[in-house]
Design a protein around this ligand. Structure first.
Ligand code: 2P0
Length: 337
């Protein structure tokens, strides 16, 4: 199935012209605790496995959108107007084509308070904010589950950025992808903290999209990945339910390392780690050896994210001076329904 057919199916009987002049939306970034790595359908961004994330509260992206009488989109990122030829603008315009009224362009202004392209899931927040803004602009009145289906077409992990808290993306089985959506877990863990150790903000050498494709097509170890997720995901959910932080941390850390193992064994190998990445891992393992419960996860980038509980926050801040601590259940940004 083509993306456009998928969109037409979801938006049948919904307005195809804007109901208001301008719309604005926010979406949080999210960090996967059980990762999405590899697709079974690249056109529709259908994943090989389910995944589970925690959203980063007020760390995310905002998007303002309106229609303009132009045959080109105008995309402003932060303070900069982007050239239509830039990679980012092309990706956004391509996504907007799916919803575009004939002969019109969109004006988009997007801002993020997380470093882009450094493995901090900024495309997830960006596409989730964009689809939420489109929902308001066109007056579709879709719920978040439906929006997650559409956000997924922009970037797979974007489907998990429509809610605060823990969110599960069900991989689904259907060829048309209608059962591959996200939904929130009915669990809270207000004491949970995510520490962002941002050591690198440069563009990464290879996109996660490319890296996951390479892992799937060239690594023998990738065959084990679905098995790893099938084992990790239920344990992780159980640990969240029972607030078993040790199991939670152990599984999240091991899941991230297993994902990186499929990259290390790809041809050519993909290694996002930098010396600071390893330094942070050793420091965390040393703290654990001293009895301090702290774990890490890492995405397709060199930055480590620490997982710990609120009672360790001061100690972590003292140990990792540049650490930015996020409390996922402390947010002021309100989301759609
Ligand atoms: C995740 N990542 O679960 C995993 C872990 C990176 C590492 O989802 O091709 O930008 O747009 O669907 O969503 C990043 O992949 O990829 C990602 P596309 P996406 O958060």
């Amino acid at each position: 199935m083509k993306k456009q057919d998928f969109v037409n199916k979801i938006l049948a009987y919904h307005p195809g012209r804007p109901m208001q002049e301008i719309a604005f939306a926010y979406a949080p970034s999210n960090i996967a605790l059980c990762k999405y790595w590899g697709k079974r359908d690249e056109e529709l961004n259908l994943p090989e496995t389910s995944s589970l994330s925690v959203s980063l509260a007020d760390r995310g992206a905002t998007t303002l959108i309106k229609l303009i009488d132009s045959n080109q989109d105008e995309i402003v990122f932060g303070e900069h107007s982007l050239s239509a030829a830039s990679q980012f603008a092309k990706r956004v315009s391509h996504f907007l084509d799916l919803f575009r009224p004939k002969g019109q362009g969109f004006f988009i202004k997007t801002d993020t308070n997380i470093p882009i392209a450094a493995g901090l899931a900024s495309s997830a927040a960006g596409f989730a904010a964009l689809i939420s803004a489109l929902n308001l602009l066109f007056g579709w009145q879709l719920n978040n589950k439906e929006l997650s289906l559409l956000a997924r077409l922009g970037s797979g992990s974007a489907c998990r950025s429509l809610w605060h808290g823990f969110v599960e993306w069900h991989c689904g089985q259907a060829q048309d992808g209608l059962d591959s959506y996200a939904e929130p877990l009915n669990e809270q863990w207000p004491e949970l903290r995510v520490g962002l150790l941002i050591t690198h903000t440069q563009q990464k050498p290879i996109s996660s999209r490319e890296a996951m494709k390479l892992s799937k097509t060239t690594s023998l170890y990738y065959k084990l990945w679905p098995e790893q997720v099938a084992k990790d995901l239920p344990i992780l959910k159980q640990a969240i339910m029972t607030k078993d932080f040790k199991t939670f941390g152990e599984v999240a850390e091991s899941n991230a390392l297993a994902m990186h193992a499929t990259m290390l064994t790809a041809k050519p190998a993909v290694l996002y780690w930098q010396p600071e990445t390893l330094q942070a891992m050793y420091a965390i393992w040393q703290l654990r050896a001293e009895g301090i419960p702290v774990y890490f996860t890492e995405d397709a980038g060199p930055n480590i994210k620490l997982l710990f509980l609120a009672e360790q926050a001061d100690r972590m801040q003292a140990h990792f001076r540049s650490l930015e601590i996020v409390a996922p259940w402390h947010f002021t940004e309100k989301l759609n329904n």
